[in-house]
Design a protein around this ligand. Sequence first.
Ligand code: TA6
Length: 323
Amino acid sequence: MRPSDLDALNRQFAIRDRLFFREGPGGLTIAEIRHSGGEATIALHGGHVLSFRPRHHPPVLWLSREARFETGSAIRGGIPVCWPWFADHPSNNAMPAHGFVRATVWTPSASETLADGSTHLKLATADSEETMKRWPHRFRLEIAVSVSDVLRVALTATNTDRSAFSCTGALHSYFNISTPANVRIKGVAGVAYLDKVDRMRRKVQDGDVFIDKETDRIYLDTNAACTIEDRGMQRRIGIAKTGSRTTVIWNPWVEKSALMKDFGDDEYQTMVCVETANAGPDRVRLAPGESHTLEAVICSEASDPERPPIVFLPATGPGDKSA
Ligand code: TA6
């Protein structure tokens, strides 16, 4: 982005001491968001939350040291926006996995300090001649990011076409962990899931999730919050959600890590994805003019054995229409 464009962006959306835009890696435009309780960065590219760090806590989101910051490809880490389909295209494997909106540049649409004191930025994208070739529907997508000691990310999809469409999608969140052996993921005990590592066999989760091999599971029909308990970092990461019927848990482990160019061979040891989604049979159908909001609410707290675990009471999202 030219300096004059960056100046114009800051004149329109910057908030003194709280929000400003700068040039980031690969020349991408980045929004720096500050709050006394924490800070975050967002790339206009893909409407992509790159980092979130509550004050006095280690970074919550993971970003690969091999991540590529270039138009046309997705950034490995943070919170990629997967839409209008999750994982492979349902009928055309020439299409990019996880849809196309994470590889296009989004535009800031609003910024403000909210009543609760959090710093808030909205970015938007919509259909174009290019997208119509990939997906023949008119749409508007908006991502609303609010930063305090908690990170709220709300993705609102609106059908601006004259006929209904259905879609799947996800906030494909990557989280920092000390090492898999120190981690357990709570929140999906007893939930049915499709196991992508075992020919999509349908299974039921027995207790907490432990990561000790390649793990790629689509938990179905669940609106439950999850917690990543990390003994190594002595902390819990809470991931609550609204407007989402699916939770995906992924770690590529050794072989898959080695196959990804934008993923260090050993980096499977420092991350896990707990994704806020609507995927598989959990599709979202929108009539003309209808909207749906998918929201993730992410926080981190010291896991003091004396303190009760995180209890989430997620507020309903703006115009939330649960799937
Ligand atoms: O959410 C898990 C998953 O669908 C995995 O199967 C793996 O493909 C991962 O997403 C990453 O996909 P990407 O296209 O970002 O490399």
